[in-house]
Write a protein that binds this ligand. Structure first.
Ligand code: HEC
Ligand code: HEC
Ligand code: HEC
Ligand code: HEC
Ligand code: HEC
Ligand code: HEC
Ligand code: HEC
Ligand code: HEC
Ligand code: HEC
Length: 455
């Protein structure tokens, strides 16, 4: 009895002191609690008491479900982990010595879930992000296999995570990330490892290819089955596939987004994304044609979609009646050139020249016609004025009236054929000729003007 009471008194005293201290420093505390420094001692704590038993190899604890909980903690691994400076009890708050308090976990999963909030005290940002994720939503809907922190991070062996300057996991983490996700998504992991993106990620650690988290996010993983995800997915692929520095290493085209957006499928998808991002679309996005986790090189003989039979199968998913020639109705990602789709190229080229020429010619024709008619009317008006005040006879006319005709003798003969010509240039010159003569007020022009008006 007395042996039990002494620790209680000590505990009560410590509690009072700590509580007083906490109240006293309340303002300062609320800030520091948000950083991972909480509970981290400057020196490595002495965990040897716990490790004296737990470093033994092969020790386990049987659970009611028949599963066993391995109890071995490798001291070296712990010492090299990011949590090396934490005492075991920071997380195992219920365990102070041996024997341990009774643990009520029925199975392995039950046991892990006891630690669902353990990390909250030091990593509030990740906790917040995870709370918004599809994994947490699934968990709240009753799927207890959806991951919590400890599923993806072993707290006893977690190493430092390398990051890019903007705080995202560095490419050197790709292999580790894929393996983390593989513990629960093994089938997708296998597909990914055999794809152009995942192959070699374990051995070569290619930094350019996407890891699971590049497409899905790290903690705030969104539901990839939503319309919004689907509509925005071309941008996801474009992030790398329009990057010249990455794609030039592999000799891949960076026109894949442009050409997709320009075609009948992509135009709608991009429009929906801008105007109504939750709208379902039946038009294909990149992964409807290329696949998701099993993307292959386009010239892969079995699955590559540059091979016509493979492509046809892709089209037939949505165009069930598509026949062998159907894919030819589509340009792919190619920008038409004399080598690729020459027919389309030359038709385009023809229209590029033909349409401006025709429209330009029409414009010039109309303009000169208006010019010509306006002058014609002016002259006719003058003609009327002239008949009201009779013109002096031509021979004895004033020098002023006759002057322009004399000064531009070559303009005098007007060819009606000029005006009938549809070519713009000759129309302009004939128009000018007509104008200069109209100013001169010659009778020839008046008569020829009338004839053309009557036509
Ligand atoms: C004398 C050996 C011994 C010591 C010392 C010891 N443990 Fe254990 N530990 C065990 C055994 C045996 C089990 C199996 C379950 C049981 O018997 O309670 C276990 C189980 C555990 C478990 C898993 C079950 C549970 O209750 O969560 C944790 C966690 C644990 N120990 C942590 C610690 C920590 C932390 C310390 C140091 C404060 C520690 N142990 C000290 C022997 C020991
Ligand atoms: C950062 C928090 C944290 C620290 C520090 C920590 N643990 Fe754990 N420990 C956990 C979590 C979380 C689990 C549950 C993991 C699971 O179920 O997979 C766990 C589980 C265990 C288990 C059960 C078996 C297992 O591996 O799942 C033992 C034994 C254990 N810890 C011992 C220790 C010992 C000994 C130390 C100190 C050397 C320690 N832990 C330090 C968080 C921690
Ligand atoms: C008592 C505080 C504390 C607790 C509790 C704690 N951690 Fe940590 N954690 C730290 C510190 C300190 C670091 C190292 C500093 C840093 O890099 O952020 C760290 C680092 C990490 C890292 C690596 C971060 C990086 O950028 O390299 C991960 C992952 C991590 N912790 C996961 C967990 C998980 C999972 C839990 C819960 C099981 C947990 N931590 C509980 C303090 C804590
Ligand atoms: C679905 C798996 C998953 C879950 C659940 C998860 N993480 Fe992570 N976490 C990752 C991955 C993947 C990375 C990126 C780098 C790596 O592991 O190599 C990461 C990175 C981190 C980092 C480094 C800094 C950062 O934000 O990138 C910390 C700290 C961390 N996690 C803590 C946590 C904590 C705390 C929880 C629980 C609230 C948690 N994680 C839940 C997978 C997970
Ligand atoms: C502890 C197990 C576990 C781990 C680890 C895990 N997941 Fe999951 N994840 C699940 C479960 C369970 C579901 C529910 C659907 C299912 O069974 O596929 C799920 C669903 C998903 C979904 C789809 C959600 C939906 O609505 O269908 C995505 C995306 C996903 N996980 C990505 C990841 C990524 C990326 C990683 C690695 C960073 C990862 N998961 C790690 C268990 C896990
Ligand atoms: C190049 C981008 C990309 C990469 C890399 C990627 N995913 Fe996905 N993932 C997607 C897309 C896009 C979807 C949506 C597919 C759909 O709606 O059919 C998806 C769907 C999912 C789903 C839910 C649907 C399903 O098929 O069950 C899970 C789970 C998932 N991915 C996990 C992973 C894991 C684990 C990895 C890494 C091994 C990974 N993904 C790598 C793009 C990617
Ligand atoms: C993180 C950057 C990144 C993202 C995101 C990405 N890719 Fe890639 N992709 C690459 C790299 C790098 C290669 C070249 C890999 C190689 O050849 O080893 C590649 C190769 C390909 C190839 C094979 C081309 C060939 O014939 O060699 C296709 C097809 C492809 N990606 C489609 C997609 C699609 C579809 C998406 C979106 C769902 C996507 N990619 C997202 C980086 C990315
Ligand atoms: C995910 C489904 C899907 C896939 C895969 C798909 N298409 Fe389409 N495609 C559509 C939809 C939806 C339309 C619009 C039909 C409409 O408006 O009547 C369309 C329209 C077209 C049109 C315009 C003429 C028309 O029928 O309206 C052509 C040409 C076409 N697709 C060719 C292809 C080719 C070639 C492939 C294979 C490389 C392909 N499509 C793959 C869904 C798809
Ligand atoms: C309607 C089906 C379809 C859609 C949608 C589609 N592609 Fe393609 N993609 C193809 C075909 C077929 C090829 C091979 C022939 C070619 O290059 O046109 C190809 C080739 C590629 C290549 C290889 C280019 C090279 O230089 O060899 C990449 C990378 C690629 N696509 C990425 C994408 C991306 C990213 C998107 C979305 C923005 C996308 N694709 C949308 C069918 C499609």
């Amino acid at each position: 009895m007395r042996r039990l009471q002494f620790p209680r008194i000590v505990a009560a005293v410590i509690f009072t002191l700590v509580a007083g201290f906490l109240i006293f420093t309340e303002g300062a505390q609320s800030k520091t609690l948000a950083t991972p420094s909480t509970g981290v001692s400057p020196q490595k704590p002495d965990n040897s008491a716990c490790l004296s038993c737990h470093q033994r190899e092969g020790i386990t604890w049987p659970l009611p479900s028949g599963e066993v909980l391995p109890l071995t903690i490798n001291p070296k691994g712990y010492d090299q982990s990011v949590h090396a400076r934490l005492s075991c009890q920071v997380c195992h708050t219920n365990i102070t010595g041996f024997p341990h308090p009774e643990n009520t976990a029925k199975d392995r999963r039950d046991y892990t879930l006891q630690y669902q909030t353990t990390c909250n005290q030091c990593h509030p940002n990740q906790v917040k992000e995870l709370a918004d994720s599809v994994h947490t939503r699934l968990f709240q809907e009753g799927n207890r296999d959806a991951p919590i922190c400890a599923d993806c991070h072993n707290p006893h062996t977690q190493e430092v995570i390398e990051k890019t300057p903007d705080g995202l996991p560095a490419p050197s983490e790709h292999a580790r990330i894929a393996q983390t996700c593989s513990t629960c998504h093994a089938a997708i992991y296998e597909e990914y490892l055999s794809s152009v993106h995942g192959s070699g990620i374990i051995e070569n650690r290619n930094p350019d290819v996407p890891a699971c988290t590049d497409c899905h996010g790290v903690h705030r993983i969104t539901n990839p089955k939503t319309a919004a995800f689907r509509l925005s997915s071309p941008q996801l692929c474009a992030k790398c596939h329009t990057d010249e520095t990455i794609m030039s290493k592999y000799g891949l085209s960076t026109q894949v987004l442009n050409t997709y957006v320009a075609d009948f499928h992509g135009t709608t998808v991009v429009l929906f994304e801008k105007t109504d991002p939750d709208q379902e679309t039946n038009k294909p996005v990149c992964y409807d044609c290329h696949g998701v986790h099993d993307i292959q090189r386009v010239d892969d003989p079995n699955k590559g979609i540059a091979i016509k039979e493979n492509l046809l199968r892709t089209c037939q998913r949505c165009h069930p009646d598509a026949s062998t020639n159907f894919p030819d109705s589509w340009l792919g990602h190619y920008i038409p050139s004399p080598d690729r789709h020459p027919l389309v190229y030359y038709v385009n080229l023809f229209y590029k020249i033909f349409i401006p020429t025709v429209l330009g010619g029409m414009a010039i024709f109309v303009a000169s016609d208006i010019y010509y008619r306006v002058w014609g009317r002016k002259r006719r008006l003058r003609g009327k004025e002239a008949s009201a005040t009779p013109l002096p006879p031509r021979e004895g006319g004033s020098a002023e009236a006759n002057q322009p005709v004399e000064s531009t003798p070559e303009a005098a003969p007007v060819q009606p054929a000029d005006r009938e010509d549809l070519a713009g240039d000759s129309l302009i010159s004939s128009g000018e000729d007509v104008a200069s003569q109209a100013e001169a007020g010659t009778d020839e022009v008046v008569s020829s003007d009338r004839t053309s008006d009557e036509e």
